[in-house]
Ligand binder design. Structure first.
Ligand code: ADP
Ligand code: MN
Ligand code: MN
Ligand code: MN
Ligand code: MN
Length: 364
């Protein structure tokens, strides 16, 4: 695909800016409701006008959408409800406008199949006294409109992996504009991003959300994905959360999940960490089921992963299912890193099962 055809369907952002700068009436606020669709991986959004700035999600009313167009309902009974659960500042429309993360409910007010948040919130409430924290390392790959990684030679491959991880330079860092725009937008919106880095595969990047306590980890990660997709859209670039976008000697993409409880963070918390690892080992298969589609293509035992069929843990071991960071091993307290979740995982499902296994003692 040449540069010209790559611009098909793009508009002049300088003209757009004139209209975005128009003053907004005092009694009009745009609220963009965002939800997870029937794939359990993709996001949808639509916007409504409300008459005052909401301070909490309870101040926004439930809404609905056509679930037959999102893989969430039959055409004959198609209305799905949207329940606002978290609000953020809108880095696109600015001012008092808001982005609103939502849960989805069927006509009978039962959660939809892809509403993993309800169960997650129940678990978080039950474990509240243990103060669980999560740090999620979201990896992703930028793709050109033709589906080939952004900045890769058309019909060919870049030089093998080596210079790209944390790389600097025109042929090392592919798509940094999007990464930096996303970082700023996340901080503006109120997402607790703790950092970002270029990954081992060129055009693959990572950012971390956290530490976040309880349900906020899932809410913030989903909202950060929305921001990433939306910003890349403006640049005419696609985002892939596929756990292994390019087969062969190219790293896959994960969502390492760092986790701790209050006792793990206290002196000699390593005992609680080791106990947690035992509990995680006993439910390996159940966890893998919640850790993302097609994860077997990524968890091969190569490219800094453990095999999907084995459970192992170790200090500073990047080929393990669970890694205890070096510093945590030395301090004898801190957190553990579950390296199994894939980049396309639902963080509500991941944090839910971790809490149930480690904090609530659930067994298969
Ligand atoms: P890695 O060394 O695996 O690349 P990163 O620095 O990318 O690790 O991500 C580590 C994540 O863990 C960050 O989001 C960080 O905020 C989070 N984190 C730090 N301390 C804790 C803790 N005690 N509990 C949970 N998460 C934590
Ligand atoms: Mn219509
Ligand atoms: Mn990392
Ligand atoms: Mn990484
Ligand atoms: Mn990691």
């Amino acid at each position: 695909m040449d540069a010209r055809s790559n611009n098909v369907g793009s508009t002049d952002k300088a003209i757009l800016r004139r209209y975005l700068e128009l003053p907004q009436p005092d009694n009009k606020v745009m609220a963009t409701y965002i939800w997870i669709d029937g794939t359990g991986e993709n996001l949808r959004a639509k916007t409504r006008t409300v008459d005052q700035e909401p301070r909490s999600p309870n101040e926004l009313s439930w809404w609905n959408f056509d679930g037959s167009s999102t893989g969430q309902a039959e055409g004959s009974n198609s209305d799905i409800y949207l329940k606002p659960v978290a609000i953020y500042k809108d880095p696109f429309m600015l001012g008092r406008n808001k982005l609103v993360m939502c849960e989805t409910y069927k006509y009978n007010k039962e959660p939809t199949a892809t509403n993993k948040r309800l169960s997650c919130e129940e678990a978080m409430n039950a474990a509240h006294d243990q103060h669980p924290w999560f740090g999620l390392e979201q990896e992703y790959t930028l793709l050109d409109r033709d589906g080939w990684p952004f900045g890769w030679p058309k019909g060919g491959f870049p030089h093998p992996q080596g210079p790209y991880y944390c790389g600097v330079g025109a042929s090392q860092a592919l798509g940094r504009d999007i990464v930096e725009a996303h970082y700023k937008a996340c901080l503006y919106a109120g997402i607790n991003v703790s950092g970002t880095n270029a990954e081992v595969m060129p055009a693959q990047w990572e950012y971390q959300v956290g530490p976040c306590e309880g349900i906020e980890a899932g809410d913030q990660l989903w909202l950060s994905r929305y921001l990433l997709l939306r910003i890349a859209e403006e640049f005419g670039v696609q985002v892939s959360f596929d756990p292994k976008p390019i087969p062969g000697d190219w790293n896959g993409a994960g969502c390492h999940t760092n986790f701790s409880t209050e006792v793990m963070r206290q002196p000699n918390g390593i005992e609680a960490i080791n106990k947690a690892i035992k509990a995680l080992e006993s439910r390996h298969a159940a966890h893998i089921k919640c850790y993302g589609r097609n994860n077997e293509r990524r968890l091969t035992g190569r490219h800094e992963t453990a095999s999907i069929n084995q459970f192992n843990a170790g200090v500073a071991n990047r080929g393990a299912s669970i890694r205890i960071p070096r510093q945590v091993g030395e301090d004898k307290c801190g957190y553990l890193e579950d390296r199994r979740p894939a980049s396309n995982c639902d963080p509500y499902a991941v944090t839910d099962i971790i809490i149930r296994t480690v904090c609530l003692g659930e067994k298969d």
